[in-house]
Design a protein around this ligand. Structure first.
Ligand code: ASP
Length: 439
């Protein structure tokens, strides 16, 4: 059976198992929720275990493979431009939809009281601790961490990326025998990490089962009800961005079938959905983009790790909708200037938030502060956060993969999405070196 079918079935079984389980149910003396958690954590841990070496070797190898400085500059500029434009579009879609639906206003009255705003500030603030950078100066500081190992250990990938970019840049022109050996070693590590990744990927259905079953057991579906309008607004906006705008780019700019790309990305998207972490999903994202969509290693190996960290369309959109919703619920006057402020802050903070579950929340407190609302207003949206996190993370990963396809096509890669997924996968070994001699 195909991997994404296995994952689908695992998700359905997990939803069933989760809805039959209460947090304290046991089976033969075994606490079920703890067992789901264990399975899910083992899978996520395994993925996270490969993320640091994968990011470092993929980026360094990617830069070395791109060849001369001119190519590098051109691809770098295109990547940044595409990431920024698509994220901005996502925020604007969110802004449009939230203005259209005004989920924070019920029957003409701000919904603050109706929603029973959580008063417990400590709880709200504790739930966002350690979620990564909020404001812009923090992002800059993260880019140059004083201690690289500590940054990597704390999941602050931005520093690791900047270091790897620099390392790759100088290793590229290092002509000594030592430089050559180093290039070989890095390529070797990358190949081995990919093999470990492939082993972990085989366990995806099991891991996804654990993650979803635990979430459904814990959250249930009732949590969504009081915030149904807000929930729907976010889902609609995400769906428009992911299923209309991004596919249009694939169709018009890359001249390829968006449906085929979606099909190719299914295992990664389902994992993103289940894990709510684009960093943990990165190994799968790279695997799908390269093997199933046929993008060369040259075009994907520094674009994807970078995207997983800085390009978060779903997150940027969510931040904007959530902040607007809270402001509406508080009965704030949403002038154009305020909305502009929300758009810019959502865009910038989406670059800095960590690619881990619930990371958006910290960014939303920054936006709230910027427009003069208290951080505890976040309490309004905590109940729905986990489920919406799953959707926005899938959109984050989808956004990265679409930009990678656009870049690869603009670099003249004919093979991208040119065959059905199964054939593409079968021919993956033959494509391994596409683009490497273009430098
Ligand atoms: N969970 C998201 C991600 O990993 C970040 C967020 O929006 O909270 O991409």
């Amino acid at each position: 059976m195909k991997l994404h079918h296995q994952i689908f079935i695992a998700m359905l079984l997990a939803a069933l198992a989760g809805s039959l389980t209460h947090p304290d149910t046991t089976l033969l003396g075994l606490p079920l929720l703890a067992s789901y958690d264990l399975i899910g954590s083992l899978f996520i841990n395994a993925l996270k275990m490969v993320v640091v070496p994968l990011i470092v070797t993929a980026i360094i190898g990617g830069i070395v493979g791109v060849g001369d400085g001119k190519n590098l500059g051109r691809m770098g500029l295109k990547t940044v431009a595409l990431y920024l434009t698509t994220s901005l579009m996502a925020v604007l879609v969110g802004l449009m939809v939230v203005n259209l639906f005004t989920p924070g206003v019920v029957d003409g009255t701000p919904a603050k009281d109706m929603l029973g705003l959580a008063k417990d500030t400590d709880n709200v603030l504790a739930s966002i601790e350690g979620r990564g950078a909020g404001d812009f100066t923090e992002i800059l500081k993260q880019m140059l961490p004083p201690n690289l190992i500590a940054a990597a250990a704390n999941g602050q990938m931005l520093g690791l990326i900047v270091f790897s970019l620099l390392f790759g840049f100088f290793l590229r022109t290092e002509d000594s025998p030592a430089g050559q050996s180093l290039r070989n070693i890095i390529e070797g590590i990358y190949q081995v990490i990919i093999k470990i990744t492939m082993l972990i990927i085989r366990f995806t259905p099991l891991g996804v089962f654990g993650l979803i079953a635990a979430t459904v057991t814990r959250t249930g579906l009732d949590a969504i009800e009081p915030l149904a309008w807000f929930f729907l607004t976010v889902i609609l906006a995400l769906a428009f961005h992911a299923l209309v705008f991004m596919p249009a780019l694939v169709f018009l700019l890359a001249r390829r079938s968006p449906l085929r790309h979606l099909q190719a990305m299914t295992p990664a998207l389902l994992t993103a959905f289940s894990s709510a972490s684009s960093a943990a999903t990165l190994p799968l994202t790279m695997d799908c983009v390269q093997k199933r969509s046929g993008v060369s290693k040259r075009s994907s190996s520094f674009v994807l790790p970078l995207g997983a960290t800085v390009n978060m369309d779903g997150t940027a959109l969510y931040e904007c909708v959530a902040a607007m919703f809270i402001a509406q619920a508080y009965g704030m006057d949403l002038s154009l200037a305020t909305q502009f402020m929300i758009v810019i802050t959502a865009l910038l903070t989406s670059i800095g938030v960590a690619s881990i579950p619930a990371a958006s929340l910290v960014a939303i407190t920054v936006i709230l502060a910027a427009i003069g609302l208290p951080a505890e207003a976040l309490g309004l949206i905590l109940v729905t956060d986990r489920v919406l996190d799953m959707f926005r993370t899938a959109v984050n990963v989808w956004g990265d993969s679409v930009v990678t396809v656009l870049l690869a096509r603009s670099e003249g890669e004919e093979q991208v999405l040119s065959l059905p997924v199964a054939e593409m996968e079968a021919q993956a070994p033959e494509r391994a070196h596409i683009g490497e001699d273009q430098g």
